[in-house]
Design a protein around this ligand. Structure first.
Ligand code: PSU
Ligand code: MN
Length: 304
């Protein structure tokens, strides 16, 4: 397994010195945001993690290797190159074998983080059960990964491009703890509330660290979701964003979009239709997650 892993100097040092490490995904860079906001976001996320006393490990596939920690040039490539594959669990082995450039989704970043021994992973939003899944059977591989791979994912919930109630049901069925950080509700990415009540609420990072510690001691498999709502100031108006999301889904259906193209298509349509307002909100919530995720990684390291 290890022959495929390639660690940056910074991450190697962190492992040697037992510093808390936070994984970051690359699909959000290559397929989730336009250039140049994508690279600015990626670099700033890494800095937020560092400022909080943890070490960032942005993950991607390059030259047949799984890179754990990227150089500035790697980030630039992921942010600008047109031939970057979106790699979920299904695509992983093929992209490695072909030596292609691959951006990792939540699912595949979790796989890589677990291989590298990294316990925390910060992203924007997780994939989930798509609306109309009864017809399409489109359920993100992110959910299955959360069921089996032991990485703690800090996110702002799931976007309402998805069927959020069914996404939450799926996680419940598969036994994934979803922890609301200072909230009773699953956040809906652009908005703080979804109307869906969570079983677990924690108001301090120490309590979340204790929960993770207990889960690990019990050897319960699978990951956790730490749901961290977008800030009051940056959230979008619910009716406004819902109507834009509905339009975007209509366009996707008209254009016959399906499979792995669906999420990137919807994200970019929403950015266009909001004249970039959704992008600002998206960036703000990712920074918020990088802040809380790295503080949580530091908090857990204090328990040992
Ligand atoms: N949600 C976002 N931004 C993103 C994604 C999801 O708000 O960039 C990306 C993540 O990488 C996630 C992936 O893992 O989309 C889910 O894609 P799919 O629905 O095809 O599994
Ligand atoms: Mn899908």
């Amino acid at each position: 397994m290890n022959e495929y892993l390639e660690f940056s100097k910074e991450v190697q040092e962190a492992i040697k010195n037992e510093l808390p490490i936070v994984a970051l995904e690359s699909t959000i860079i290559s397929h989730g945001m336009p250039y140049p906001q994508n690279i600015e976001m990626a670099e700033r996320c890494e800095d937020i993690v560092r400022e909080n006393g943890a070490v960032p490990a942005t993950i991607a596939i390059m030259n047949g290797k799984i890179k754990i920690g990227l150089s500035k040039e790697d980030l630039k490539t992921l942010a600008t190159a047109k031939n970057v594959a979106k790699v979920s669990r299904r695509d992983f082995a093929a992209v490695i074998a072909e030596g292609e450039i691959g951006a990792t989704t939540v699912a595949s970043t979790m796989i890589c983080a677990e291989m590298a021994g990294i316990k925390f992973f910060v992203t924007g939003g997780i994939g989930g059960v798509h609306r109309g899944f009864e017809e399409t059977m489109d359920v993100s591989a992110d959910l299955e990964e959360l069921c089996k791979t032991n990485v703690n994912v800090i996110c702002a919930g799931a976007k309402s491009i998805l069927d959020i109630p069914r996404t939450l049901e799926y996680l419940e069925t598969k036994g994934v703890p979803v922890i609301g950080y200072k909230t009773d509700q699953l956040p809906a990415f652009f908005t703080r509330e979804s109307g869906l009540k969570l079983a677990i609420r924690k108001d301090s990072l120490n309590e979340i660290a204790q929960l993770i510690n207990a889960k690990d001691a019990l050897e319960l498999s699978g990951g956790t979701v730490i749901a961290n709502p977008i800030s009051e100031d940056d959230q979008l108006d619910k009716d406004y964003i819902d109507s834009i999301i509905n339009e975007a889904i209509e366009s996707a259906n008209e254009e016959g979009i399906s499979g792995k193209e669906m999420t990137p298509f919807l994200l970019s349509k929403i950015v266009d239709k909001t004249n970039g307002k959704s992008l600002e909100a998206n960036i703000s919530l990712v920074f918020n997650n990088a802040d809380i995720g790295s503080k949580l990684a530091v908090e857990l390291s204090k328990l040992f």
